[in-house]
Design a protein around this ligand. Structure first.
Ligand code: M6R
Length: 599
């Protein structure tokens, strides 16, 4: 959470910083600010609200400098306000810092600084970093930052400037930070989307590293001050991939990209009779699998459990990363721990990965963002190749994660010398076309959304492999439309939630022609008997269910293993259209951030 961008070069910094902040706004958007060295004088502009508020500020016009740092905030300590917005300065107003992360020992450092006469003006944990650097500064900014980093506990991505210096100091521990290398110019950013327009040459800083950056040189040290050699890596994403390309919102664009993104996850891995992966696993030695993740990625983990247990018969446990990390989990050498993360930067998932590694497990990452911390720290892994996901609500990453888990389940089976079901492999190849077909229903789904957008609560119900799809449908709706929604296993409804059912409560059933069809039908009847509104995601040709439901979307028959990947697209579209009809900018829903790099 929070986005950082910084620039040093010959160009005017302000437009580059504002562009970068706009691209990073998905990481947080309750205030934004920037600091530029303007005629050797540090100038700061901060505004409450989205980056647009900062961008239209008249105060930016006079800022001509070509060194600057900027920040878009997701509040952790202190309310969203101009005062708490970054950059933060020391008492003399000559040092400015932007910070992503949390300084855990800030209370004691704050007392220490106040005792020494520092005037701390904001409620943030971040401001003390500026004061500590000021305290240690004797003309060498890098040295003062190093001294500061040895005192602070917690997580940080930092960019720092001093008005007397033609340099930016960047440092990282637990919060992502990259350096973009240009021709006579350099960039610092929380992720590549902020700087992709200017350069694809990237240095990925590691934890406990500090970089001194001038317009044509980057030197990196570890926290002990020892020199580190970093290679410059080229990112493959294009600048076009982070634009909306004519879609009204990123979320809609990303929903419509799914035929292609799923194809990209399959590419080079799925063949007519085999699966090729480069993960390092000895399948016969794995006696238990644990999957850890958060949010939408946790829902894909639940589907992964279903797939692996069904196809490979290895027991699988799924845990919230935030719970796993703190409960001293039982993990052994013969356990495989799979971590799933779109961003590859989620703090809880990263900590769960560390826990698993410390306990000696082999770890696999299913990650979208190349170069991200989780991707670099797992023993081996699979990239989704879904392309950048900008909308805060995860869509294409989810379908690609399930696709990757399905490939992994098949790979485990194959490596245990068990035959693969060729029909399933064939079905998987058709996934992109199947998703295309669902996308054709977008207008119909909007019509349903129009009827339901004023409801206050929703139930999402599914069974077996489609129960996590119900959970995901509910999460999508609540996070972008602010409508309360719950996902439940269909049969579990009668043990409580059925008390909520009346003519105002829509229940969205996934009830396709599978082995649970008749059972689902009974559950639908139970809701119908209580006058509840019913939406059904069923199977093409099923007139019976269509008549029972108030609204129905009927999709061609498909095999169970691929059904979550196809079905969830209907849920994504429904949530999108309801949010859009409610005039909510679902790319940046309130209180949320794309990448949750705090606990
Ligand atoms: O980047 P990650 O997959 O690790 O993110 C996990 C969650 O924060 C994320 O899925 C979140 O729940 C999304 N807002 C869901 O749409």
């Amino acid at each position: 959470m929070c986005g950082i961008v910084a620039y040093i070069g010959d160009k005017r910094a302000v437009p580059i910083l504002i562009y970068g902040l706009k691209k990073l706004e998905y990481r947080g958007y309750d205030s934004a600010g920037l600091a530029v060295i303007n005629n050797q004088k540090l100038e700061v502009v901060k505004k409450k609200g989205k980056v647009g508020e900062l961008a239209k500020s008249a105060e930016l016009k006079g800022l001509k400098g070509n060194i600057g740092i900027a920040h878009t905030r997701w509040a952790t300590h202190g309310e969203p306000s101009e005062l708490n917005a970054h950059p933060h300065l020391g008492c003399n107003g000559d040092i400015a810092i932007v910070h992503n992360g949390i300084i855990e020992n800030y209370q004691s450092l704050r007392s220490l600084l106040i005792g020494e006469g520092h005037k701390i003006s904001s409620e943030t944990d971040s401001e003390i970093v500026a004061h500590l650097i000021e305290k240690f500064y004797e003309g060498d900014l890098e040295k003062a930052v190093l001294q500061t980093l040895n005192l602070v506990e917690g997580a940080f991505g930092l960019a720092i400037i001093h008005e007397d210096k033609n340099e930016i100091i960047a440092a990282r521990k637990g919060s992502p930070l990259i350096i973009g290398v240009g021709k006579d110019e350099m960039f610092v950013a929380s992720d590549v989307s902020a700087i992709l327009k200017y350069t694809k040459e990237i240095i990925y800083l590691n934890d406990n590293e500090i970089a001194k950056i001038t317009k044509n040189k980057v030197s990196v040290k570890n926290i002990l001050g020892e020199k580190i050699n970093h290679k410059v890596e080229e990112v493959k994403w294009s600048a076009g991939q982070i634009e909306k390309n004519g879609f009204k919102h990123f979320m809609l664009k990303e929903i419509f990209e799914q035929p292609e993104s799923v194809q990209n996850t399959l590419r080079g891995r799925l063949y007519d009779d085999k699966v090729k992966l480069s993960v390092k696993i000895q399948p016969n030695k794995v006696d238990r699998i644990i999957i850890v993740a958060c949010g939408t990625s946790w829902h894909s983990a639940l589907i992964g459990k279903f797939l692996i247990e069904k196809l490979v018969r290895i027991p699988v446990e799924v845990d919230y990363a935030s719970e796993f990390r703190y409960r001293d989990p039982i993990v052994g050498k013969n356990n495989l721990v799979i971590v799933i993360s779109q961003s590859g930067e989620t703090a809880d998932t990263l900590a769960a990965l560390h826990e698993a590694k410390n306990k000696g497990a082999n770890t696999i990452g299913i990650v979208n963002t190349v170069g991200s911390t989780i991707a670099r720290e797992v023993d081996s892994g699979m990239f989704l190749h879904a392309g950048p996901e900008i909308g805060v609500a995860s869509t294409k990453a989810f379908t690609c994660q399930i696709t990757a888990l399905l490939l992994l389940a098949l790979y485990l089976k194959q490596e245990r010398n068990e035959p693969l079901d060729k029909k399933l492999l064939k079905e998987m190849k058709k996934l992109p076309q199947r998703i295309e077909k669902v996308l054709e229903y977008s207008d119909d789904i909007r019509k349903i959304a129009r009827k339901l957008s004023r409801c206050n609560d929703f139930l999402y119900l599914g069974r077996g492999i489609n129960f996590p799809v119900a959970l995901e449908g509910a999460l999508k709706l609540k996070e972008i439309s602010y409508i309360h929604a719950e996902g439940y296993p269909s049969a579990e409804m009668k043990h409580g939630p059925i008390a909520l059912v009346d003519e105002n409560l829509p229940s969205f059933f996934i009830a396709q022609k599978d082995k649970m069809y008749e059972k689902n039908l009974s559950n639908i009847e139970e809701v119908k008997a209580r006058k509840g509104k019913i939406i059904v995601l069923g199977t093409e040709g099923d007139q019976k269910i269509a008549q029972l439901a108030d609204y129905s979307i009927l999709l061609p028959q498909m095999c169970e293993e691929i059904s979550p990947i196809v079905n969830v697209v209907v849920m994504q579209l429904l949530a999108y259209h309801i949010a859009d009809l409610k005039k909510i900018n679902m790319d940046k829903p309130r209180n949320l951030a794309k990448s949750v790099t705090v606990e």
